[in-house]
Design a protein. Structure first.
Lengths: 109, 114
């Protein structure tokens, strides 16, 4: 069956450093991969989408890579700030959308 | 635009009761979906719709019904609530009838079944 894995442990990063989150998947060939941010008690908010034929996508301090051979996406936040602290979800989009369990990111001041 | 709205925000049910979670969007989006989110389980797709009159099952459809009579509304019905349905429910919409676009999520409904 389809499986998505994100870092199950929380990630603690010092302010100003680059945070890198990982999303691995198996038994699926998504056409798109999406990243969302979720704050406690709120619904997820869309951040970035990358297509299977794209290697990299950037938006301000965010960068996403997508390696369909490794079946992996990396999500980077550069110059991280305490306000970036949240849970980040990756989602595989094909005929349906399947979400990972998310990684909690803490940016330490 | 109000975006995606969900009612109620909180609900407590007794086992065996039925209820409908409401979801509406005012963006004329074709794709709508329902998820449940449980600790350690992430977001799991319950049902989805690619347009008015069309619905399909997701990963965890048992115990839930949906209908899509209009583009705007996508209610989720719990037929006979069970404690295992205690969860936070999110409704989402997307512009086209596919998954290629970003999804817009509602604020969620926190449901407790006693």
């Amino acid at each position: 069956s389809q499986k998505i894995e994100q870092n199950s442990e929380a990630l603690n990063i010092q302010e100003g450093k680059t945070a890198t989150l990982t999303c691995n998947y198996t038994n699926y060939s998504p056409a798109y991969l999406q990243w969302y941010r979720q704050d406690p008690g709120r619904g997820p908010v869309f951040l970035l989408l990358i297509r299977e034929n794209e290697k990299e996508k950037r938006k301000e301090r965010l960068k996403v890579t997508f390696d369909t051979t490794l079946k992996q996406s990396l999500f980077h936040i550069t110059a991280s700030q305490p306000a970036d602290s949240a849970t980040y979800l990756c989602a595989l989009a094909g005929d349906k959308i399947i979400f990972g369990k998310g990684t909690r990111l803490h940016i330490l001041p | 635009n109000a975006g995606v709205t969900q009612t109620p925000k909180f609900q407590v049910l007794k086992t065996g009761q039925s209820m409908t979670l409401q979801c509406a969007q005012d963006m004329n989006h074709e794709y709508m979906s329902w998820y449940r989110q449980d600790p350690g389980m992430g977001l799991r797709l319950i049902h989805y719709s690619v347009g008015a009159g069309i619905t399909d099952q997701g990963e965890v459809p048992n115990g839930y019904n949906v209908s899509r009579s209009t583009t705007e509304d996508f209610p989720l019905r719990l037929l006979s609530a069970a404690p295992s349905q205690t969860s936070v429910y999110f409704c989402a919409s997307s512009p086209t009838g596919t998954t290629m676009n970003e999804q817009f999520f509602g604020p969620g409904t926190r449901l407790t079944v006693l």
